[in-house]
Write a new protein. Structure first.
Length: 444
């Protein structure tokens, strides 16, 4: 589909005329009296984004910016360096924008951020999806849900992060073992491969006391038929039979030797290193890990890796689950170049940019039509094809206090992994109480 300036201008007009609510004590409409038109004279905006490497190791951001500037020659986009971690980036942006900083004009942020940033007036409201169905209906419903707060969108979807089970295909073939379809089978297979001496670890994942553990716990809890919270009723659900099964299984992975004790300190990078160095048989990680494991310059197992959607528990009625992760582009409400910033952030979510990303990099597009495009699914990246079949599990990010809710989860789960044992029933009760306090905005 040919990208149209007219369609973007129509979207900008809609954004300007939609009923936009204020937030967090600031009832002013940040678009009131401000033009959203694409500038007809040269302007420069700044985009804050982590480095995104394409399949050749080049900077994907620069390719996207170049394509955008060919479409909109009056708009120059400069790249800004980002703080080293997601949490530091969130804190830095919160401080700067709350103080009225006009830069960055557009910033790439976690899909868990919109309610928090909307509530504190740190992002530009983008209108209600039902008022622009031609745009928003092109994205999976659960992806759209992550952009919303109080019925409005606060960010444009950019790329998805979906969790997979990576495995050493060569070792499974060598020992005539099948790709596991359940967690119980995975644990047994991992132990068998450890016993052969071919690997040091059976299964590596992310158990560090951070958001990454909340993601792991959330999706495994869903495998067991449970959930952290019912967003609609705001009920805490984690203290349940499914919660006990999940916590016991995760701690049991370490106790049985399926996973190393150090997994309680592993984030994505440490788990990826253990797998790509040839030390582990199985890895739970996000979409990017396919490219990292297959890169012969940085991986000792390149060409010997397989990938599937995550397993589930034996007897569970649910399968193909993954925490929905990903990144959205937000517009700074204080930007001095509102029209240009809106044009760029929206363009990154549309077909031209999404196709460039999908055909030249390992990043999974959010636009459903691009993800299903034969040109994309034919890429040498099975995660694109598998992503279309995944059932996405949402974290309870609908509250502006989600960071505190998540902290109540991972600070409860991590000690069980690191220290071992403990009364699971007591841990879940404490976790639920902490989540309830966080949901209501009570400091932990």
């Amino acid at each position: 589909m040919e990208f149209s300036r007219r369609s973007l201008l129509a979207g900008g007009a809609l954004l300007a005329t939609a009923g936009l609510a204020g937030c967090a004590g600031d009832t002013r409409n940040p678009m009131e009296g401000r033009s959203t038109a694409i500038p007809d004279h040269p302007v420069t905006i700044e985009w804050l984004s982590q480095e995104l490497a394409d399949n050749e190791g080049r900077d994907l951001r620069r390719s996207l910016v170049a394509a955008f500037q060919r479409r909109f020659p009056t708009i120059t986009v400069d790249l800004l360096q980002v703080p080293p971690t997601t949490d530091v980036r969130r804190t830095t942006l919160t401080t700067q924008i709350a103080g009225g900083a006009t830069s960055p004009d557009v910033y790439l942020g976690d899909c868990a951020w919109p309610p928090q940033f909307a509530h504190h007036a740190l992002a530009m409201p983008l209108g209600r999806p039902e008022d622009d169905p031609g745009f928003w209906s092109a994205y999976p419903e659960r992806v759209v849900a992550t952009t919303l707060y109080e019925g409005q969108a606060w960010a444009f979807p950019f790329y998805l992060d979906i969790a997979f089970l990576y495995h050493r295909a060569d070792l499974l073939a060598k020992h005539d073992l099948a790709v596991p379809r359940t967690w119980e089978e995975m644990a047994d297979t991992a132990l068998r491969l450890r016993e052969t001496g071919d690997v040091r670890y059976g299964f590596v994942w992310q158990g560090a006391s951070s958001e990454t553990l909340t993601c792991n716990f959330t999706e495994m809890l869903a495998d067991a038929g449970g959930a952290l919270m019912d967003d609609a009723a705001r009920r805490i659900l984690v203290d349940s039979d499914a919660g006990r099964q999940t916590l016991e299984f995760m701690s049991g992975l370490i106790a049985r030797g399926v996973s190393p004790a150090a997994v309680g300190t592993f984030a994505e990078e440490q788990a990826m290193t253990a797998f790509s160095s040839g030390q582990a048989a199985f890895l739970r990680n996000w979409s990017y890990a396919w490219g990292a494991a297959g890169n012969p310059e940085g991986s000792a197992v390149a060409g010997r890796v397989g990938v599937t959607l995550r397993p589930t528990f034996d007897g569970s009625g649910r399968s193909r689950l993954s925490t929905l992760g990903g990144w959205h582009n937000f517009v700074n409400p204080h930007t001095r170049q509102l029209g240009a910033a809106l044009a760029f952030a929206r363009w990154l979510a549309q077909e031209e940019a999404q196709t460039i990303m999908a055909t030249t990099s390992p990043y999974t597009p959010t636009l459903a039509a691009v993800l299903a495009d034969p040109e994309v699914t034919a890429q040498d990246n099975p995660t694109f094809r598998l992503s279309a079949d995944a059932e996405l599990v949402l974290r309870p990010t609908g509250t502006p206090y989600y960071p505190q809710v998540s902290k109540a989860v991972y600070t409860s789960v991590n000690p069980v992994l690191v220290e071992g044992g403990g009364d699971v029933t007591e841990v879940l009760a404490e976790m639920a109480a902490g989540m309830e306090r966080a949901r209501d905005g009570v400091a932990l």
